[in-house]
Design a protein around this ligand. Structure first.
Ligand SMILES: NC(=O)c1ccc[n+]([C@@H]2O[C@H](COP(=O)([O-])OP(=O)(O)OC[C@H]3O[C@@H](n4cnc5c(N)ncnc54)[C@H](O)[C@@H]3O)[C@@H](O)[C@H]2O)c1
Length: 386
């Protein structure tokens, strides 16, 4: 049998996967054809970013909001003119009909609520992570396929024009043979909710997830990982529970091995002071760097809010800044973008397999830190993305 490189294999599987996905998109049904009807569960901090974006989209209709803290759902409904309000998801799922559940709840609730939504025939857009474990996430994806439904998970970093520029530069060989990459993202940690620090939370699924999606998106699926995770601040005070013990990692470093000997490093945590603040706006330093035998490039700003890419090559060694404008890309666009994909029956760049691969890396990083072992990964996704 002809030897096939892993890259060729991934490209072939990507084509087969895309064909399968497209056919499944053609098979999905909606309550109406013109707009995707949306129900939102979780009306906390991030809903304040999603709702303004969704409410301006021509492709969606906001049908209902739900929160176990009913007052929050009522306030969002009033603010964004959403007709139906619920306290519990089972009421929402049985109430005013909609097509897509947008899950913006605590990380620990995602898997359970996403499963309930699929079981009642809804498509799902989930904030990260899609589930608490890779196994649970894979079962959700299988369930969605079986029911001819779709499920996707944040982040949407692969949609940025800076990601596209970097991916094309790599694919076109502008950097020569790529060897290494680094990415970092952190802040001082959320102060509003305890779940970020409880079991099933942590800085990796909240923050590291962006860099992991970007680096695997650029360099291909990880074959293995080795990592260390720690807790730097064992006790925190948060708005909803007062003083709490931190159970999930708030400090993490991961090394991934990709195809062809490429190594990449991600660091993230809840103990990072950044003089430019949470969004990193205005900073000129790179948060993502990629090196190759003939060039290197660096992403200015965080990957979820990028401000440009600096590229230097052997032929043109003075770094030049490209794509300084994010154009229409915003990190909270995922649910809006996939709604348009559902209507147009076009496969979006974001894929659930990619989100699950990132979840697999996070779980494996924790296992590596616990055991001191390098962990091999089996999961994969269609690549290259751009
Ligand atoms: N806050 C941000 O800026 C931000 C940015 C990007 C992604 N995220 C992600 O968004 C998710 C939510 O984060 P957040 O900061 O909005 O948290 P949050 O605590 O402010 O909001 C979560 C909301 O979900 C509600 N909720 C929890 N369980 C529920 C259930 N079973 N049914 C109905 N409602 C339920 C809570 O009452 C709360 O109002 C997390 O996955 C987080 O990683 C947050």
């Amino acid at each position: 049998m002809k030897n096939q490189s892993r890259k060729e294999f991934l490209q072939q599987s990507a084509m087969a996967g895309a064909a399968l996905l497209l056919s499944s998109l053609e098979a999905v049904a909606f309550t109406e054809n013109k707009k995707i009807k949306i129900g939102i569960v979780g009306c906390g901090s991030v809903s304040g970013q999603y709702l303004p974006h969704l409410s301006k989209s021509a492709h969606v209709e906001l049908v209902s909001v739900c929160d176990i803290v009913l007052e929050r759902a009522k306030n969002r409904a009033k603010e964004f003119n959403v007709p139906h309000v619920y306290e519990h998801i089972y009421q929402q799922l049985a109430g005013a009909p909609f097509d897509l559940l947008v899950n913006l709840t605590d990380m620990q609730e995602h898997g359970r609520l996403n499963k309930m939504a699929l079981a009642s025939g809804k498509h799902v857009w989930s904030e990260k992570p899609m589930a608490n474990t890779y196994k649970e996430g894979k079962a959700l994806l299988d369930m969605a396929r079986e029911k001819k439904l779709r499920i996707w998970g944040a982040p949407a970093v692969v949609n940025s024009p800076q990601f596209a520029f970097m991916s094309k530069a790599i694919q076109e060989g502008k950097l020569g043979k790529v060897s290494a990459a680094h990415a970092h993202y952190g802040h001082e940690g959320p102060h509003w909710s305890a779940f970020f620090y409880e079991k099933g939370g942590g800085s990796l699924p909240d923050l590291g997830v962006y860099n992991l999606a970007t680096l695997t998106g650029l360099l291909g699926p990880a074959k293995s990982v080795i990592a260390m995770t720690t807790i730097v601040t064992p006790e925190r005070t948060v708005d909803n529970k007062g003083k709490i013990q931190v159970e999930a990692e708030d400090n993490a470093m991961i090394i991934m091995e990709h195809e062809g000997g490429v190594l990449s490093h991600v660091q993230s945590g809840f103990n990072y002071f950044d003089p430019y603040g949470h969004g990193g706006k205005g900073q000129d330093r790179h948060t993502i760097s990629i090196w190759g035998t003939k060039g290197n490039m660096g992403l200015v700003g965080y990957d979820w809010a990028p401000f440009g890419v600096d590229l230097a090559t052997m032929d043109s060694p003075t770094p030049v800044r490209h794509v300084p404008d994010p154009k229409t890309y915003v990190w909270q666009e995922g649910a809006t973008v996939i709604s348009k994909s559902l209507l147009d029956k076009n496969e979006p760049l974001i894929s659930p397999e990619h989100a699950l691969h990132v979840l697999d890396i996070i779980e494996s990083a924790r296992a590596s830190s616990q055991t001191g072992q390098k962990i091999s990964l089996q999961s994969s996704f269609r690549w290259p993305i751009v």
